[in-house]
Every structure is written in structure tokens, then in C-alpha cells.
Design a protein. Structure first.
Length: 333
């Protein structure tokens, strides 16, 4: 128990240090989160601006960080666990993790396609959002989840200052964690900004008749994994299924579904990777009994369930990737 408390304390300290130094939870100084938007024709501002909060872009780095921590010796045998975790900035942040993550091109490309698919879907229904590029701030979701409200408040304040400066009247987010931060947490921590936030799938659901279905050869029957925050905290359930139907795919329900969904194992993967993998293992086995094609709508769920693709012969797809397939007529490798 003492070892676990020490690990959590050191993980939190690392997160705080990274955010203070660079404003990024991984401690990176370069704008790694903007490359996905190249060639998408997105203006730097607009009445509606897109906020990715770097969530999909962080996937390869978070995966490599958690792999490194999980491969370390048991906590009880390590006196200097803080040194391992602090690599997030001094060693791994700018060198080792970047180097390792570059080798995992698949999850990097999956995140890119999910974001590009979300934008393609929005454009298909007549919504062309602006994008703030290097000022696409991190929402502070992980900080808030781990009890660092003061640091999350700082991140949200920066984000809203940027939105107001851009003249945005609405924020469109690409993941449920960020939406929860803007819709539920921000009013408590920074007050009413007057700038509403919506998930892109909420917008698509309102105009789903305009969506282009995937090609017949790409149509599949997916078992649906509802993200906890999206289903239970935000009540976004039917919208996801409505968009799926308009895309020409079939959604199958597992035993634990919709508001009664089962957790994917996040967001504890940063501090407790072994526990996270245990939880994700239970969920993936439940889903795999229904179908080998699994549909998610969250970067954290994508990361935690994607790990089992090769091991169990599965295909885990984010809704953004399905939208990408609909727009481009091709499936991710």
C-alpha cells in the first residue's frame, strides 16, 4: 500500500512538473499535436472551433510510457521509482519515448485518421470548423481525474482565453473527456464562459441524413463499447448509434452497454498500468464474445482495447476511423 501511494504521488508530481514546464502532460515542447490537420483546409478561427485537446495525438506516447512503467520491477523492489516516472520530461519526454513512439506508426496513424474522419464527417453535414493549431490546448482532463483541480483550472482558463481571442461562438470537441471538462467541470472551476461545447458526434447525429455511407465492402457488424464518460456522465448514447446506422454499419449490443457500460481500464493507465490492463482484459473478452469487430468513440478506449487486436485477432475501430472510411473509401491497415 505504501508503495502504491508513493507511485501515485510521484506520478502526480511528474504530471505537475510537465504541465508547469511545457503546458503538455507528456512534457513535450514541440507542437506534435498539429500535424494531423495538414491538408485538411482548416482555417485558424471561425464561429465554431475544433478542440482535440491532444488526446488522439498523445496515444503513441502514453502507450510507450505505460509500457515502460509496467515493465519496471515491482514497486516494492524499487527505491527510485520517482526517477523512472520523471523520465517523462528529462529523458523520455524529449528522447526515449519519442524514439520508441516513432516505431509505433499504426496507433499514430489510427489517431490521425480518427481526427481526419471527424472533420470529414463535419464537413459532410455542412460544418467546417476552425482549428487553433498550436493553441489547441490540453484540457487538463487527466489532471482533474487524478485530483489536481488547481492545475486543471489553469488549463481550462488558458483554453477559454484562447477561444475568446479567436472569436469562437462554439467549441466542437473530439473526445468525451474534453467535453466533460468543458461542459461539467469548467463552470465549477472557471465560471460560465458563455461558449457552449459539443461533441462532434452530437452535431453529426442532428444531420445524419447527410452522411455518406461506407462502401458496401467495408460495412461490418460492430459490437459497441460505450465510453463511460460519454454514456454515463454526458448521456451521449443514441447519437453514436444513429450516426453508425447512417454510415451503413450494424451496431450490436454487448451485455453491459449504454449507461451500464463496462470500463475500458482508463484513465488509471498512467499510474496503474497493470490494474488498467486487468480491467481492459475483462471488457475485451466480453466484447469479443459478441464480435471480433469492436466500435469505440474515445481515444482512451481505443488505446486500451487496441492492445488486444493482434493477441486476440480483433479489429477495434474508433467512430472517427469509420467516418474516414466513408469519406475516403479505404480502411485503416
Amino acid at each position: 500500500m505504501k508503495g502504491s501511494r508513493r507511485l501515485i504521488a510521484q506520478a502526480l508530481d511528474t504530471l505537475k512538473g510537465n504541465m508547469e514546464r511545457t503546458g503538455d502532460p507528456m512534457g513535450f515542447k514541440n507542437d506534435y499535436w498539429t500535424a494531423w490537420a495538414e491538408g485538411m483546409g482548416l482555417a485558424r478561427n471561425g464561429d465554431a472551433v475544433l478542440m482535440t485537446s491532444r488526446m488522439y495525438q498523445m496515444l503513441p506516447y502514453v502507450m510507450k510510457m505505460t509500457e515502460m512503467i509496467s515493465k519496471a520491477k515491482p514497486i516494492q523492489e524499487i527505491e527510485g521509482m520517482g526517477k523512472i516516472l520523471s523520465m517523462g520530461h528529462r529523458i523520455a519526454g524529449e528522447a526515449l519515448i519519442r524514439w520508441k513512439a516513432k516505431g509505433d506508426t499504426e496507433i499514430t496513424e489510427r489517431g490521425v485518421r480518427a481526427l481526419r474522419g471527424a472533420v470529414s464527417g463535419l464537413k459532410a453535414v455542412g460544418v467546417t470548423p476552425g482549428y487553433l493549431f498550436e493553441e489547441d490546448h490540453y484540457s487538463g482532463a487527466l489532471l482533474y481525474d487524478l485530483g489536481l483541480s488547481r492545475y486543471a483550472q489553469h488549463q481550462l482558463t488558458k483554453a477559454y482565453e484562447t477561444f475568446k481571442k479567436s472569436g469562437a461562438k462554439e467549441v466542437i470537441v473530439t473526445d468525451p473527456h474534453t467535453l466533460l471538462m468543458l461542459r461539467e467541470v469548467a463552470p465549477q472551476l472557471v465560471g460560465d464562459s458563455g461558449i457552449p461545447a459539443r461533441h462532434y458526434l452530437e452535431l453529426l447525429a442532428e444531420r445524419k441524413d447527410r452522411l455518406k455511407p461506407v462502401a458496401p465492402a467495408l460495412r461490418r457488424k460492430y459490437v459497441m463499447h460505450d465510453p463511460c464518460m460519454m454514456a454515463r456522465s454526458l448521456g451521449i448514447v443514441d447519437q453514436v448509434r444513429g450516426v453508425g446506422a447512417s454510415l451503413g454499419i450494424t451496431v450490436i449490443e454487448p451485455e453491459n452497454t449504454k449507461q451500464n457500460t463496462m470500463c475500458c481500464g482508463g484513465p488509471i493507465e498512467y499510474a496503474f498500468p497493470e490494474l488498467s490492463r486487468g480491467v481492459s482484459g475483462l471488457r475485451i473478452r466480453e466484447l469479443a464474445k459478441i464480435s471480433t469487430d469492436i466500435l469505440v468513440a474515445c481515444p482512451v478506449c481505443l488505446m486500451n482495447l487496441y492492445r488486444y487486436e493482434k493477441e486476440m485477432g480483433l479489429r477495434v475501430r474508433d467512430m472517427g476511423e469509420v467516418l474516414y472510411e466513408a469519406a475516403n473509401g479505404e480502411t485503416p491497415a
